[in-house]
Design a protein. Sequence first.
Length: 179
Amino acid sequence: MIPVAQRLAILETERLALRPITEADATDIFPLMDDPAVMAFWDVPEIDDPDVVAGMVRGQVAAMAEGRALHWSVHALADDGFLGSCDLSDIDRRHKRAEVGFMLCRDSWGHGYAQEAMQAVIAFAASSGLRRLTARTHLGNRRSESLLEKLGFSEEGLLRGHVLRDGERRDCRLFGLLL
Ligand SMILES: CC(C)(COP(=O)(O)OP(=O)(O)OC[C@H]1O[C@@H](n2cnc3c(N)ncnc32)[C@H](O)[C@@H]1OP(=O)(O)O)[C@@H](O)C(=O)NCCC(=O)NCCS
């Protein structure tokens, strides 16, 4: 279990602040998850009901309290603007591994923010004792795969028909990084 003080730490980079999410962040996260462009390669389609997103964020806050996951909202240091979110989920202390996730608002793509945020998350994961990180992408998510490669992840396999979305089975790629 990652100690509470460490779990609740704000991670700062050159341009960003990553803050542990709270239920109030649902207001910012809703428009992100309501955007079809952002959700094109997500396991579920865009969510047009703010209450569903609020319930999801409540679940993430609960998972953090139980030490199962860490979720951060990502803000620009310059003006505190909300840029997106990222996380470590499925934290397995026995095997010292977790899964990474990240999503940015559409107009925040192409500035290197995801790379900068995830470098901080990976450093945090390593310093808290995790030794393996995984990520899963839907086939065709070029931006996500390019980011993972820049972060040092290697492709480890293809998960055939892993996701059922919009009535169709989608293949996923599995990526891994040993710390
Ligand atoms: C995946 C996602 C976070 C990647 O965002 P991104 O902005 O492309 O990622 P990066 O932070 O790596 O930025 C790379 C881009 O920033 C550019 N860039 C600009 N300034 C930069 C800087 N200072 N440093 C690094 N890159 C910079 C790069 O040239 C590159 O642009 P390009 O792809 O047009 O060549 C984003 O596409 C997203 O939120 N997608 C929807 C959600 C999603 O699919 N999540 C992943 C599920 S597995």
